[in-house]
Write a protein that binds this ligand. Structure first.
Ligand code: KG4
Ligand code: ZN
Length: 348
């Protein structure tokens, strides 16, 4: 790749993003923050399916085998060499420490060898930034609802790299609830996409599962009560000797999660006077959530943004994008950067 100049005379900024916080080992090359030149993901879903979920020890060991081939492929697909990179952006938290360390150590080694800047990125900042890839016009401020296997946050994105968490889950993350309910109705791992697919053949009004509200906190979430309600329902069916309609259970559970996510997000946008809404994280690829949020935003005259499914679930392009905006702000990390399993959003 040759160093090109953009139309406005500025030199292109090419960033290699690396992501290894949990399930996936991923690398991507991103130009000028919004153009994805390559996006390579090596998934451990097959391995986790074998055990019915993420086993931290194996989730940590796999990235060591994958990281070099994944980076090589990302560079090749982008027609790029290490020498073309302006910086490396790497997820350094939150996540599984063993998995995070693989990406962080690799990024530090390349930055040291090539004498280029290192930018550590928060995983959730990456998820939020995935929205910039396909929406070239999207600029902060906006409200972003981030729902994944480990997080359910309502975030006010004030500016690039400036976040205020205005709502969070008090117990399970939304994706975690999808995974647990999927297991209970015999769908296996990963639960979200399987519940999404089965729910299409079910009736979302068949079972009146609760819509959890947290007293005194308008924007917070709670999903463990809903998960227990589903388990209780399944037990009651069993005790009565009845076979539950799994599609109805999936559709009714999913509707309950979607209703709460949509209501809280739209309420936050209205109360904060923000006209733009985005979603992010694995659960953002849920088809019912996407259509319900589209409808609610249309009704409230809010602009709605969402990434393609491949940029919703864990990937490194989103880390490259977030890294670009951090890099532009002058954020640089030293070679003493460590993995921080419980890193807080906005912490540097
Ligand atoms: O963002 P992600 O890939 O990893 C984390 O940062 O956790 O999210 C994975 C989560 C899993 O819990 C998975 O079941 C859920 O996202 N998920 C979905 C869908 N696709 C993935 N949940 C609901 N509907 C989907 N279509
Ligand atoms: Zn994630």
């Amino acid at each position: 790749m040759t160093a090109e100049a953009t139309g406005n005379g500025e030199k292109d900024i090419v960033i290699l993003g690396i992501e290894s916080s949990c399930d996936e080992t991923a690398a991507a090359v991103v130009r000028n923050g919004r153009e994805v030149l390559s996006n390579v993901i090596s998934s451990q879903i097959a391995l986790h399916t074998l055990y019915g979920g993420v086993v931290p020890e194996s989730a940590s060991r796999k990235p060591i085998e994958k990281i070099n081939p994944v980076i090589k492929e990302a560079l090749e697909k982008a027609d790029c060499e290490l020498e073309d990179l302006d910086a490396i952006a790497v997820t350094y938290g939150p996540g599984l420490v063993g998995a995070l360390l693989v990406g962080v150590a690799e990024a530090k080694a390349i930055c040291y060898a090539k004498n280029i800047p290192l930018v550590g990125v928060h995983h959730i900042e990456g998820h939020i930034s995935a929205n910039y890839i396909e929406h070239k016009d999207l600029e902060p401020p906006f409200i972003c609802m981030v729902a994944s296997g480990g997080h359910s946050h309502l975030v006010l994105v004030k500016d690039y790299g400036e976040y205020e968490i205005i709502g969070r889950t008090h117990d399970d993350a939304a994706g975690e609830a999808f995974d647990k309910v999927a297991r209970a109705i015999g769908l296996g791992y990963p639960g979200g996409p399987k519940v999404d697919a089965l729910a299409k053949t079910g009736n979302p009004q068949a079972i009146a599962f609760l819509r959890a509200k947290i007293e005194d906190s308008l924007y917070d979430f709670s999903f463990s009560g809903l998960k227990s309600a589903v388990l209780n329902y399944l037990n009651q069916c069993k005790m009565r000797g009845e076979e539950p309609n799994r599609a109805d259970v999936a559709a009714s559970f999913q509707q309950s999660v979607v209703d709460v996510l949509v209501q809280h997000t739209v309420l936050a946008a209205k109360n904060y006077g923000i006209s733009k809404v985005a979603i992010a994280g694995g659960v953002a690829s849920n088809s019912t959530l996407r259509s319900a949020m589209t409808e609610a935003c249309e009704k409230e005259q809010l602009s709605f943004y969402y990434p393609s499914p491949v940029f919703c679930t864990d990937n490194a392009a989103m880390i490259g994008v977030a890294g670009y905006y951090e890099y532009k702000k002058g954020v640089r990390h030293g070679l003493d950067l460590n993995a921080v399993p419980n890193l807080k959003l906005g912490q540097r």
